[in-house]
Design a protein around this ligand. Structure first.
Ligand code: UD1
Length: 421
């Protein structure tokens, strides 16, 4: 298994291109199941999670081809060959559950494995199930699989989500496009990836209003047609690289970055003493003094501070002046990077969903282990600031969500390399 070796202390300077959003692409790809006609995505990221989704869609009868080195994904699902999403694929990636809504809408039936637990928490599917039941689906759990049917097809209805779950909003939004009548999704998630999905579905002929707000209205149509859609910029990759100069000094311009994707995060950067300026090509970032300042962070659904940037922010706060408090409100077990950062000399105390970080002058390189996707990149960022060598093991998590991290950071001056075991 590959490891990443980082030698700290190098100042970063230059431009980092930001890819299309993994989480948007993973929701957009299953939309192919809604139509007999081709759906093409441009600006797709080149990640192992995208390969997993490709495999899943192919197992359901989609033809998927990737062009321009993976940046363009052309899909076509003329016939559904199967309506069963197998455990072997779903267990690798929770986002596989996003085929449930589209399969129910098109075939009126689906058998989808439950994803099982993952490192950051239990992550049940109850909100997805309740939402699809509100559209007339009957869903039963048998042998670890959800067996869903909608005899005569889904019917529009009022869906009030108990929590603004991103995945549940995406599933029910896709399902509602082909349901009979009008669907009102209340307490919908407002993430930019939802807005992107709604735009793509609209390009396919769906009638949707209100995406980006907490109430989405969908007028069901008989069929959807083909479309070409450009995947929105990855706000989490953007936020990750925007933090890099706070570890090392220097100045980095993140190409394709937009403030509207990342407002709450930028507010915290400003409070921590990090300047962000909008340029024609993206966002330029620079540390004001020689050390960032402590800030308190609470993760929340969009437009709040994203949970997917909490680990990276914690790593940055490890070298900030003062004491920061972090509260994780989305996932129950998302501080597993903390003990690894402590191995690098950080001062962190974790109590349940709360962490206190007292900044130290210098982190020290160490062998560390990545337990999930965002945790792995937080350890790489910490390595950029640390004295000596940091070896991040088990980087397969990283490859799920960051394309060529060593090339992107290497190109702006980081001393970083990948070694294969
Ligand atoms: C998506 C993102 C993930 C991000 C998360 C929160 C994708 C592929 N992944 O995940 O990177 O961290 O949003 O921004 O887009 N929950 C339930 N029951 C449900 C569904 C969710 O209790 O039926 C809980 C989860 O366990 C979790 C919280 O709600 O604690 C948030 O989950 P959700 O918004 O659904 O996240 P995902 O769509 O899984």
């Amino acid at each position: 298994m590959d490891s990443i070796i980082v030698r700290g202390g190098a100042e970063l300077r230059g431009q980092i291109p930001i890819a299309g959003a993994k989480n948007a692409c993973l929701a957009l790809m299953p939309a192919t199941l809604l139509s007999e006609e081709p759906l093409t995505l441009t600006n797709a990221p080149r990640l192992s999670d995208i390969c997993t989704m490709t495999q899943l869609l192919e197992s359901l009868g989609a033809e998927v081809s990737s062009m321009q080195g993976g940046k363009v994904i052309a899909m076509s699902t003329h016939d559904l060959g199967s309506t069963r999403a197998d455990y072997e694929i779903v267990r690798k990636m929770r986002a596989s559950n996003l085929v449930l809504g589209p399969l129910l809408a098109r075939a009126h039936e689906a058998v989808v494995s439950l994803p099982g637990g993952c490192a950051i928490g239990a992550r049940p599917m109850d909100i997805h199930i309740e939402a699809l039941e509100a559209l007339g689906a009957q869903i039963e759990l048998k042998d670890g699989y959800l067996h869903a049917v909608a005899r005569g097809g889904l019917k529009g209805g009022r869906v009030k989500l108990r929590f603004a779950s991103v995945g549940a909003t995406e599933n029910v939004l896709m399902a509602a496009t082909l349901a009979k009548g009008t669907t009102l999704i209340e307490n919908a998630a407002r993430e930019p990836e939802i807005v992107d999905l709604a735009r793509c579905l609209r390009a396919m002929g769906a009638q949707i209003e209100g995406e980006g707000s907490s109430t989405i209205e969908v007028q069901g149509v008989d069929r959807l047609h083909g479309a070409t859609h450009q995947v929105v910029t990855d706000r989490i990759e953007l936020g990750t690289y925007m933090l890099a100069p706070a570890f090392t000094g220097g100045e980095v311009e993140c190409l394709g970055g937009k403030l509207e994707l990342i407002g709450a995060f930028v507010e915290k950067l400003d409070m921590a003493g990090i300047d962000v300026t909008e340029t024609e090509a993206g966002l330029k970032v620079k540390l004001r003094g020689d050390r960032p300042r402590a800030v308190d962070v609470i993760t929340e659904p969009f437009p709040g501070f994203p949970t997917d940037l909490q680990a990276q922010m914690m790593a940055m706060l490890c070298t900030a002046q003062g004491t920061s408090r972090l509260e994780e409100k989305i996932f129950e077990n998302r501080f597993m990077h903390a003990p690894e950062l402590v191995r690098m000399g950080a001062r962190i105390e974790v109590h349940g969903g709360h962490a206190t970080v007292t900044g130290v002058d210098k982190l020290k390189g160490a062998q560390v282990m990545a337990t999930d996707l965002r945790a792995s990149v937080s350890l790489i960022l910490a390595g950029l600031a640390a004295e000596g060598e940091t070896v991040v093991n088990r980087v397969y998590h990283l490859d799920r969500g960051y394309e060529h991290v060593e090339d992107k950071l290497g190109a702006v001056g980081a001393r970083i390399e990948r070694v294969s075991a």
